[in-house]
Ligand binder design. Sequence first.
Ligand SMILES: Nc1nc2c(ncn2[C@@H]2O[C@H](COP(=O)(O)OP(=O)(O)OP(=O)(O)O)[C@@H](O)[C@H]2O)c(=O)[nH]1
Ligand SMILES: [Zn+2]
Length: 344
Amino acid sequence: MNNYTLTDLGWSAHFRKQCLDADGMPARISSVARDRLEAIGEAGNVSLTLHGGQSAGDFAVGDWVLHDDRFRVVERLEPKTRILRKAAGREARSQLIAANVDTLGIVSSCNADFNAARLERYLALAEASGCLPLVILTKADETEDPVRFRRQAERLSPLVSALTLNALDPEEIERLAPWCSGGQTLALVGSSGVGKTTLSNGLTGRGDATMDIREDDAKGRHTTTSRALHPTLAGGWLIDTPGMRELQLADAAEGIDAVFADIAELALSCRFSNCSHQSEPGCAVQAEIGAGRLDPDRLARWDKLQREDARNSESIAEAHARDRRFGKMIRNVVAQRRQERSGK
Ligand SMILES: Nc1nc2c(ncn2[C@@H]2O[C@H](COP(=O)(O)OP(=O)(O)OP(=O)(O)O)[C@@H](O)[C@H]2O)c(=O)[nH]1
Ligand SMILES: [Zn+2]
């Protein structure tokens, strides 16, 4: 049995402001099942049910909700940050992976996994999600020169802070405490084998086994959902879901511009506003490359990310519009209920 305060759980003025005139008890979602949410509140773990047009897909691990005394979800509070991904399947739309992640830990290792393009992709994602990016370079014990990797990472963007560590050493893992203490939430992304599980186990003190929640689906079969919001030893939270592990860029245009702010700014000085920065006359970007001040590979990576993002965003723009209409409908229903309750 836990006894967390709302502050321990990551509650802040951002959420309090949203429920000044709302009734219901706050709880933070720790896992999302097909028709039910598991959450943690001041009274401990609670199992919440959805009703009245609510769909599990509208909620993500890390979200704050208000529930009534029959443990029904009344309202989802607008999150501080949200991590989206382009959903699989033919109908392209974005899918909510996690909410209220304060820091996105971008994990890579001090070896052949280190890849500038991949780091930039995750940095853009962190920026688009509103999370603080932290590059965590593992396997520092396996290289002669970890500082070289850290410098390379820090050169990618002024947004980056990076640290190197041996994820197998509990003392070194403690260096991550500032990002996952005091109710703060950290999530880890990165390729397979870079040490996410090792870090996660070290940060939470738990073994590899995830606490599964069993649920009967409509056909009477058992399905399991992993609890995905884990308390860290430092007094914060770690979000670990399968979806976090397969993130792609979607709708991250702003994030890309922030990571490549130097190129985006140069591009403003190109003679043509639709310059492709390949061979046009008066291209400020090519001029910088010619002068040896800009790495042509970096321009190529920027170009690739932008094209990928444009493809993804185009197809999900319509789905977003539909989500907004749906959100509005839900808010209207909730407001109407509230009016009815206070009126009678
Ligand atoms: N020497 C050393 N080994 C490490 C370090 N971090 C992880 N490892 C090892 O690298 C291997 C892969 O680590 P995992 O934690 O399973 O990697 P992961 O990112 O969770 O991989 P997936 O589960 O496939 O996504 C394991 O054998 C770890 O023991 C480190 O900092 N130093
Ligand atoms: Zn140009």
